[in-house]
Design a protein around this ligand. Sequence first.
Ligand SMILES: Nc1ncnc2c1ncn2[C@@H]1O[C@H](COP(=O)(O)OP(=O)(O)OP(=O)(O)O)[C@@H](O)[C@H]1O
Ligand SMILES: [Mg+2]
Length: 310
Amino acid sequence: MAEPILSVQGLTRRFGAFTAVSELSFEIEPGEIFGFLGPNGAGKSSTIRMLCGVLAPSAGQARALGRDLFTEADQVRARMGYMSQKSSLLTDLTVAENLRFFGGLYGLEGSRLSGEVEFRLREMQVWEERDLMVSALSTGERQRVALASATLHRPEILFLDEPTSGVDPLRRRMFWEAMDELVATGMSILVTTHNLAEADQCDRLAFILAGKLMAYGRPGALKEALGRQVVELRSDQFRELQSEARRLSGILAAELQGRAVRISLPAEVDPAPVLARLRNAGFAFEALPSELPSLEDLFVDLVQRSRAAA
Ligand SMILES: Nc1ncnc2c1ncn2[C@@H]1O[C@H](COP(=O)(O)OP(=O)(O)OP(=O)(O)O)[C@@H](O)[C@H]1O
Ligand SMILES: [Mg+2]
């Protein structure tokens, strides 16, 4: 396997007595889209901010592109791009003015700067909007302009902190297509999202909870590792059905999703006798074929287990 493009060991950040990021260790391989998941306040942004040099770590090491990220920052930072959770675009400048401004900060000038600005705006499909004020853009356009701005200097690693929050499904897809194109040119991307359908498209994932790494790997492997199957039961009596399922032995979990109950069983168990017991208890429902747990099942499971442990 190639040397990781980014490797993080024991990364920790304390704010007073509170530990926001606790001994995180993970690696990003060249050319992968690495998803960073976790509930609000889990420590995702703090981690990214440390890796991008805007927040000092309390402890830990990180290497990127063959350099020490904390002691040789000057040699690596210019090869990294960062799109922060709160857009850093200047709303009272036009799209093109913003890109020229940020390009200038990266040391681009003259025809190289103009060329990169046009290339990135066309790539992100916001070239037509170049003379509009950023304040006049939709959320989706604004996020694509921010991505154009974060990639002007052709970084090798890109950090995107919730780039698609508030973006509609169609433009979300456009954004992910743009990310795929960047990765095809050799870039590696670390992206945070609360959207688990997006997370499913990542090459690998890290789940963070209260600053700690709880699960790490390919989406398929993480689902398999749970050792469970999920059967979705559709019923008008979904609340009562959930209570009953939680009482039955052999059912590991029963969670509501909309008006359906998703019951988790050990992967090796035949669901038929379990469903028969629920029917015998007087419940009418439609059972979908058993499937691997979803990332949402995994997410709910991790959060609940950590609550139970607390
Ligand atoms: N400058 C700071 N001072 C004190 N506490 C902070 C500071 N920055 C972040 N925190 C705390 O650290 C924790 C992690 O915050 P962080 O923003 O990294 O979470 P997150 O995973 O990005 O959450 P979200 O999904 O809401 O963006 C939170 O409890 C937050 O309140
Ligand atoms: Mg955040």
